[in-house]
Design a protein around this ligand. Structure first.
Ligand SMILES: C[S@@+](CC[C@H](N)C(=O)[O-])C[C@H]1O[C@@H](n2cnc3c(N)ncnc32)[C@H](O)[C@@H]1O
Length: 239
């Protein structure tokens, strides 16, 4: 019960930071030191699901890129199964914690950059993974972003985009995450409208799985939808 109250408080504090800092980057910079307390247990489990999926499908072993790596929870699970892993995030404070978490891995590099503008001259990755990034990818810029990521992928590579159920699905509206939802869209819109009353352009975009798949197809990917233990993984490869 105490843990629940603490998490409710931390969630409210995170919303407040978002309002105060006026950007997703500012929000994560301000909130980094509390992120793991709020999310680590859930994200660790999801990181393990992604790692196991990579192992089961024989995708491990080459170079991995992680987008929006945050405090390095997934990075820590990719590092032992890839030759090299690069974690990218635009929040210097989140990256600082990721560097600390992965300090024992000599094959991990971190880069502070905006994934919407990411360019890594000549680099090619076998897996590009992300967990919890999509609410921060604006739909207007998504096609350009997807094409940019495709250019960073080796011809037999996979882009794995993992989407978690929104918090309200866990309470009031529990339903499978890969179903089109008539609940998420208005709730995301209400959240964004609420934030706008503080003068903040909120940074939460709702990605219906079908919409994401269409986008990836338009960018030239073929997609497979995997649901494991409530985590949705869109596995996008070359047709
Ligand atoms: C919900 S957190 C997920 C962190 C981590 N993947 C995890 O599962 O614990 C989203 C992360 O994406 C980063 N992020 C959001 N938009 C980004 C962008 N455009 N470029 C780089 N990083 C971004 C944030 O700084 C934050 O660390």
């Amino acid at each position: 019960m105490n843990a629940m109250i603490e998490k409710a408080y931390l969630s409210a504090a995170m919303g407040f930071e978002a309002a105060r800092s006026h950007s997703a980057k500012g929000c994560y910079d301000a909130f980094a030191s509390r992120y793991d307390k709020l999310f680590a247990d859930a994200q660790e489990r999801k990181g393990e699901i992604i790692r196991d999926y990579i192992l089961e499908r024989g995708m491990a072993g080459g170079n991995a890129l992680e987008l929006g790596c945050g405090t390095g929870i997934l990075t820590e699970r990719l590092a032992p199964i890839f030759e090299n892993t690069v974690g990218v995030d635009f929040s210097s404070e989140m990256l600082e914690l990721a560097r600390r978490r992965c300090r024992n891995f000599a094959n991990v590099d971190f880069l502070q950059a905006d994934v919407l503008e990411l360019e890594l001259a000549g680099a090619r990755f076998d897996v590009i993974a992300s967990l919890g990034l999509m609410p921060h990818i604006p739909q207007k810029r998504a096609i350009e972003w997807a094409r940019r990521m495709k250019a960073l992928l080796s011809p037999s590579g996979h882009m794995l985009i993992a989407i978690s159920p929104a918090p309200w699905r866990l309470f009031a509206f529990k339903r499978p995450i890969d179903e089109p939802s008539f609940v998420d869209l208005p709730l995301f819109a209400a959240y964004n409208a609420f934030m706008r009353t503080f003068g903040v352009e909120a940074h939460c975009w709702y990605w219906r799985p079908g919409l994401l798949e269409n986008l990836l197809k338009e960018a030239g990917f073929s997609t497979v939808r995997i649901v494991k233990d409530d985590l949705l993984i869109i596995d996008a490869g070359m047709p």
